[in-house]
Design a protein around this ligand. Sequence first.
Ligand code: ISE
Length: 330
Amino acid sequence: MPVRIGVIGLGVMGADHVRTLHGMVANAVVTRVTDINAERSAQLGAEIESATVSSDGMELINDRDVDAVIIASHDSTHAELATACVKAGKPVLCEKPLAPTSDEAAGVVAAENGAGLISLGFNRRFDPAFAELRSVAQSGDLGAPLLVHFSHRNVESYPGADSAFSITGSAIHEFDTVPWLLGSPIVEVSWHAPKRSGRVPEKLQDPQLMLLRTADGVLTTAETFINAAFGYDVRCEVVCETGAVQVTKPDHTTVDVSGRRGTRYPSDWRPRFADSYRRELQAWVGAIMSGSPTPLATARDGLAASAVAEAVVTSMNSGGKTVTVTIPEI
Ligand code: ISE
């Protein structure tokens, strides 16, 4: 019998997960969907014949036709909903971040109490290019990693995005990817403001630059630019003692026209990371079917990333001071 999945939050990512589960993931059936926007729920409910609409997240979580839950609603709702899934004893894939603050994230980890029900949507772990980058960096073939350069560019930010959201909602990916790549936790951070783009709202510092130091001494430069305009683009290079390795953009084609050869940038993350989302969902469903531990990021990984985000926000609010990352004891 397939895993019956309910999806909470049907914005860009939630709707994408519903369609991927429905069309491309084996042993999964979407049985329930819900969103605070009733029109969106109705549209997706009509599109996906197996799915009916629940009135809200709590109803969906406790529905007898739901074995497992995906949370893709607003970041501020993640902690409460993930905790409700744990109380209902249901596996949950919670989109990043687990919570915007480390205290809230710690509360979820405490509620989970080692049950292993929570997986975090740090999808880059399932991207073939990032997986290869990691295995080369960790192989020792290029000597030890010394330095990592990241840039993370979006075309435009969500309406209302402020400087903290750029850290807790976007750069949070780097806060998970760096320790995963290097096998060492981020222990110290600092935040820096380059010249501000004149195209962005006043309350938003964009781009931003962060320095992240892992316990093994490797330093990462992480640029986040959520109104970069030209296209969706994530770059990462690991510089090692005798070589360097970087992800190349996984384009399938180049176009020759008008005296030029070129590749295209997608307008958001879905095409760039489509493979990773499909692989992540398949891995999650497979583990539920077989009763194995989640192969995705765990609640503790989510807590670690939220603690780094909080330290970066503290550095930003203190004019760029170096801040030690503190993970609450549980
Ligand atoms: C979005 O939620 C993502 O997950 C994307 O990968 C990231 O680039 C974007 O900034 C986030 O808003």
